[in-house]
Ligand binder design. Structure first.
Ligand code: SAM
Length: 314
């Protein structure tokens, strides 16, 4: 069971430091500046040290470094060594070439090559705050008795990872104290995050933070029942009514700039649900209201993949 944790400050994370410390922006990775600033701000100001910080899917470390820089500045936490647990397979994939090319890496990597050395190099002297965990998140779970005070997730990329990360890490969070940061919430691809967060909506509170790309942060309010943490989620378990309600909830908790991504996630969820007519209606409306979504070739590819999958099943 999660251990003794002091109560957190009551202020919600709302303010952002407009002047970005230069160094966090220089670390290789996928996060936008606002996300890095938010993590730095949280770790320096709100992290109590009563539990651990967990970064699931750290890649080259833009998330990890921002957390570590914040922890470095945190005056209320004295025991800082290895408090940030950074998980990744650390196996290079061709899609990584693109985000990596904006930064200076010691060398290039071939497909499947381990890049943990570059992650640790990017961390520089902040590595003392970080425990690097190499492995597949479909096989790993949180193995510590310690609580997770901040759970940053940038790896819930499919239903399988969703069904491994929820039971593997959520039980270690502490109600009233922990935060859950979904880096892929404001992103059309990862609709399972919306559906599962809707199921768990009574146990979390949306943190009212500024728009920061795909990220959405929740505060964990009260103990999640085991049935919700240990369920095997799939699209079959969500009715059309629940899908509608889930995405209304997501729209409510996300700033308008992110709404097109939420609409996209709903279209993909309906397509996986084989509700082609409903998905097409929404797609037609979105062509007028959210052309940034419907003209995005990556979204178009996701739509046609799901449409083709349906045809193969039929
Ligand atoms: C979008 S990147 C994360 C970006 C990172 N948070 C940053 O700050 O730049 C997603 C990461 O998740 C990792 N990942 C995806 N599936 C995984 C799995 N099954 N096990 C472990 N790591 C995984 C990938 O290796 C990749 O580094």
């Amino acid at each position: 069971m999660p251990g003794n944790i002091r109560s957190p400050p009551v202020t919600l994370i709302k303010t952002m430091n407009e002047s970005k410390p230069k160094e966090i922006g220089e670390v290789a990775g996928c996060l936008v500046d606002k996300e890095r600033e938010f993590l730095l701000d949280y770790a320096s100001r709100l992290y109590t040290g009563g539990g651990e910080i967990v970064d699931l899917g750290c890649f080259l470390g833009s998330s990890t470094y921002a957390l570590a820089a914040g922890l470095d500045d945190n005056s209320q936490v004295t025991d800082k060594d290895k408090r940030i647990h950074a998980y990744d397979r650390f196996e290079w994939n061709p899609w990584m070439d693109r985000p990596a090319e904006r930064y200076t890496l010691a060398r290039t990597y071939q497909e499947n090559e381990c890049f943990a050395d570059e992650f640790e190099r990017q961390m520089g002297d902040k590595i003392r705050f970080i425990k690097t965990v190499k492995g597949d998140l479909t096989k790993l779970t949180w193995q510590s008795e310690k609580a997770i005070e901040y759970l940053f997730i940038d790896s819930m990329k499919d239903w399988q990872l969703c069904n491994c990360i929820i039971p593997g890490y959520y039980p270690a969070m502490t109600p009233g104290v922990s935060y859950l940061h979904h880096q892929d919430f404001v992103f059309f691809h990862t609709y399972w995050i919306h559906l599962t967060m809707y199921r768990m909506r009574d146990y979390f509170e949306s943190v009212d933070h500024n728009f920061m790309g795909p990220s959405k942060v929740f505060r964990y309010l009260k103990q999640l029942p085991n049935e919700l943490m240990n369920a095997r989620y799939s699209i079959d378990q969500f009715s059309v009514d629940e899908i509608n309600a889930a995405f209304e909830y997501s729209i409510d908790v996300v700033r308008p700039r992110g709404h097109s991504q939420i609409v996209g996630a709903k279209i993909l969820a309906l397509l996986e649900k084989q509700e082609a007519e409903l998905a097409n209606e929404l797609l037609e409306r979105a062509a007028t209201t959210h052309p940034d979504l419907t003209e995005n070739p990556v979204f178009q590819k996701s739509v046609s993949n799901l449409q083709n999958k349906k045809r193969q099943v039929a």
